[in-house]
Design a binder for this molecule. Structure first.
Ligand code: ARG
Length: 463
């Protein structure tokens, strides 16, 4: 390192930064991924300064051309990233000055890295939210298509992971669809608070130049300039909110994963995960492991962790900008990467899921899944529900003893428990009768599943 002090802010310093401190305080290793947003923000700022009469049109044109060159240098791998220049903002500014000379030094007029970095993160996150939204839609489309194909497939529904009542597989998939619809809305809502322009807040108090914050806000596609300069440079709750929305989505993905892992096991044997989404064991030749759902389940850990990191990072921070905030980027970026990876894996995998209809059906036949239907049958014939519950409980106990499901008992056997049971009882004891009877909005009947698919399709088509 040279004996000179830092070329961007070294005026008042008498010795160069300690070599370790330079590395310790630098963010260039992780903030360089915001290079496009940094350049975009600088161009908007330069244009606005030109309209305000602070820069000449020639100066602005030269800044724009220089920044465009820098962007292609970065994209072609020809950019000399420097730790001494600390972060993406100073790396680009120094490169600009090197390219276009003195005019490059005018770019930072009326601006600070504090409003610059807040602008960059918001632009970056806004784009990534849009990418996440389209991946959620792709996954939801896969679920809708599969739910339509599986509208008549019967499986056991569970509570407490004990067989409860028969449901259709399509209905189960649509429960996942609903979780994702709420996740989608949460990101759309988060995006509103991300899409606000901090530019012009400068270091913390605003600037003495005749800037026009509306111009930069419009040029960058923000909804409006942030109201308060102190808040604009220090607010990171938009990032916390993004991590919270992501944590809830990650939690939903763990629930789906858990079910897929269970269903793919020899014990459940409800689905086949295509080989390309699984791996084998190096020692047990019979193994086909559901790695993708397992890994997605495990990745929730880091997403929740990043939410905790950001909450803790912001806790007790006095206004306005503090260097603590440099620590916002790695958790935020890793959350983005993790969520995109999980969604991509799921959106690719879901359309390839194969249900094992015979096995699902057999499982639903075991476990007295139509016991509630028998109780409802007795109630329709005049018996109070509590008494009907008791009667069916006794017939189930008999069935366990005899190793027979309700539908496998003879009419005579059933009538031992209630004389009100007639031959028509077998219609309600079938799996098809049971699911078809739950025929109302949100119910598991196959025609309700098809109607819900149609509504879901209309909803995602309107996005
Ligand atoms: N690299 C810094 C960050 O990520 C940029 C802002 C630095 N501002 C400052 N005054 N040190 O937050």
């Amino acid at each position: 390192m040279s004996k000179e002090t830092n070329q961007q802010w070294g005026g008042r310093f008498t010795e160069p930064t300690d070599a370790f401190v330079a590395r310790f305080t630098a963010s260039i290793d992780f903030d360089q991924r915001m290079y496009r947003q940094d350049i975009q923000g600088s161009i908007a700022h330069a244009k606005m300064l030109t309209e305000a009469g602070v820069l000449t049109a020639d100066e602005c044109a030269s800044i724009e051309a220089g920044l465009a060159e820098i962007q292609s240098d970065i994209e072609n791998g020809n950019f000399p990233w420097s730790i001494e220049l600390e972060d993406i903002h100073m790396n680009i500014e120094a490169a600009l000055t090197k390219k276009i000379g003195l005019t490059g030094k005018k770019l930072h007029t009326g601006r600070s890295r504090n409003d610059q970095v807040a602008t960059d993160i918001r632009l970056y996150l806004r784009d990534e939210i849009d990418n996440i939204l389209s991946e959620i839609t792709r996954l939801q489309q896969g679920l809708l298509t599969l739910a339509q194909a599986e509208a008549d497939t019967i499986m056991p529904g569970f509570t407490h992971l004990q067989t409860a009542q028969p449901v259709t597989f399509g209905h189960h998939l649509l429960a996942w669809f609903e979780m994702l619809s709420r996740d989608y809305e949460r990101y759309v809502d988060t995006r509103k608070r991300v899409n606000v322009s901090p530019l012009g807040a400068a270091a913390l108090a605003g600037t003495t130049y005749p800037i026009n914050r509306q111009i930069t806000s419009d040029l960058l596609g923000f909804d409006r300039p942030a109201e308060n300069s102190l808040d604009a440079v220090s607010d990171r709750d938009f990032a916390i909110e993004f991590c919270a929305s992501s944590s809830i989505l990650a939690m939903h993905l763990t629930r789906m994963s858990e079910e897929l892992v269970l269903w793919a096991s020899a014990q459940f044997n409800f689905v086949n995960l295509p080989d390309r989404f699984c791996t084998g064991s190096s020692i047990m030749p019979q193994k086909k492991n559901p790695d993708v759902p397992e890994l997605v389940r495990g990745k929730s850990g880091r997403v929740y962790g990043h939410l905790m990191s950001l909450l803790t990072l912001m806790k007790s921070q006095p206004l306005a900008y503090n260097k603590d905030n440099q620590e916002d980027k790695e958790p935020l970026f890793d959350t983005i990467d993790t969520i995109k990876g999980c969604l991509r894996a799921y959106a690719d995998m879901v359309p390839a899921l194969e249900s094992k209809k015979t096995e699902m059906r057999e499982a639903a036949l075991r476990g007295f899944s139509t016991a509630t239907d028998l109780a409802d049958y007795l109630t329709r014939n005049g018996m109070p529900f509590r008494d009907a519950h008791e009667v069916v409980g006794k017939s189930v106990a008999y069935g366990i003893e005899q190793n027979k499901d309700l539908a496998e008992m003879s009419l005579e056997e059933l009538q031992v428990f209630s004389a009100d049971i007639r031959a028509d009882v077998f219609e309600v004891l079938t799996l098809e009768g049971s699911v078809a009877a739950r025929d109302h909005i949100g119910g598991t009947a196959p025609n309700q599943v098809r109607a819900a698919v149609a509504r879901g399709q209309k909803m995602i088509d309107a996005r």
